[in-house]
Write a protein that binds this ligand. Structure first.
Ligand SMILES: Nc1ncnc2c1ncn2[C@@H]1O[C@H](COP(=O)(O)OP(=O)(O)OP(=O)(O)O)[C@@H](O)[C@H]1O
Ligand SMILES: [Mg+2]
Length: 336
């Protein structure tokens, strides 16, 4: 099979691209920095480096919002540059497999297809794969033969909860929960309790290091700006404050998983009960979420080995193995 094939998982925080040529997955921030309204200044991880620190003539943004494409032009630019980087300047016609969320409108789904078509990347063939199906394959689940698999992907702006059966989606719900809300909750709690304003990156660092801090019985040391004096200060934040701030968001996820379970046809429930929940997505790694999900639903929770890249790993399987090709489809009327 041709080597110029890419599998793309566009996340609101990270873009993951599997390249058949390298047989590897590139992970970069899905972010763009534009100077003076029209000049590309930086993209990916280097744009993120400048985020919250750049002067006002440099505008840094995420082109995706709530899992769908909000800023088409900048998203096209990013795709063009990332694919260009992966092709190392030697641009050839190539095939694309793009993962799309299920619980969005047809127009929003089609936008993922149009994006690749219009990004100037010499697309020969563009196939679409439901994200949760790719997730399942990426977690080594036999999605084509299983009758009832519950996949929960906790990302940045979104959490996607899906029931798969025989290679397709039975139910799926996309909710506005994830790592960004976790960070905001931490910022809010620190502001309320300590009168301290901290940046998004600081909150994210606290969230990611929470488990380790708890294990070591340590507080989080953060730097921010005191609300009253306006001066930069250092504070010790107890881990319990962070755990309490996250609780509400864990509950929203658990409640939505329960709603999906209530709507699941009873014949599929047996398999789900047997296998448990498959939990993935970058933010699924936050301390306590997996245990809370297990107690909240009464189901066993299986953790993804590679939560950030499980969708892209599933796309890689589809690209490499003819057996899985049937789960990908063309958007009608547009494919060659
Ligand atoms: N070890 C970790 N512990 C907790 N959270 C983490 C960890 N590593 C990454 N995250 C969080 O995971 C999130 C990014 O995950 P991911 O790349 O799956 O999201 P995304 O695919 O870009 O978003 P979405 O699926 O909502 O569009 C960020 O909020 C990040 O802070
Ligand atoms: Mg994602």
């Amino acid at each position: 099979m041709a080597n110029n094939v890419f599998g793309i998982d566009l996340g609101t925080n990270n873009i993951k691209i599997y390249s058949r040529n390298d047989d590897g997955i590139m992970v970069e921030k899905n972010m763009i920095a534009i100077e003076n309204k029209n000049t590309l200044f930086a993209y990916g991880d280097s744009a993120f480096e400048m985020y919250e620190k750049a002067p006002s003539n440099i505008h840094i943004s995420y082109p995706l919002s709530n899992g769908v494409i909000a800023d088409i032009q900048n998203m096209e630019t990013l795709i063009k540059f990332f694919i260009g980087d992966l092709q190392k300047g030697n641009s050839k016609p190539c095939d694309f497999y793009v993962a799309v969320p299920t619980d969005v409108t047809e127009v929003e789904k089609r936008a993922f297809y149009d994006l690749i078509k219009d990004a100037n990347v010499k697309a020969k063939k563009i196939m679409v794969v439901e994200k949760a199906v790719a997730d399942g394959l990426g977690m080594d689940i036999d999605v084509k033969n299983s009758q009832g698999v519950l996949v929960v992907n906790v990302g940045y702006e979104t959490t996607e909860i899906s029931i798969l059966s025989l290679g397709g989606i039975v139910l799926s719900r996309l909710i506005k929960e994830g790592g960004m809300k976790f960070d905001d909750a931490i910022r809010g709690a620190v502001r309320r309790e300590f009168g301290l304003i901290i940046g998004g990156k600081t909150a994210e660092t606290v969230k990611i290091s929470l488990r380790e801090l708890e294990e070591d019985n340590c507080s989080a040391i953060v730097y921010g700006r005191d609300i009253v004096t306006g001066l930069p200060v250092e504070r010790e934040i107890p881990t319990q404050l962070v755990v309490d701030a996250l609780e509400e968001h864990f509950n929203t996820i658990i409640d939505n998983v329960k709603v999906i379970l209530e709507r699941t046809p009873p014949e599929l429930a047996a398999d789900i009960y047997r296998h448990g929940v498959y939990l993935t997505g970058g933010a699924s790694q936050v301390s306590h979420l997996a245990e809370r999900l297990a107690t909240g639903t009464g189901l066993k929770v299986n953790l993804a080995e590679n939560p950030l890249t499980s969708v892209a790993m599933g796309l890689a399987k589809i690209i490499k193995d003819e057996n899985y090709k049937t789960v990908a489809y063309a958007i009608e009327g547009m494919s060659k």
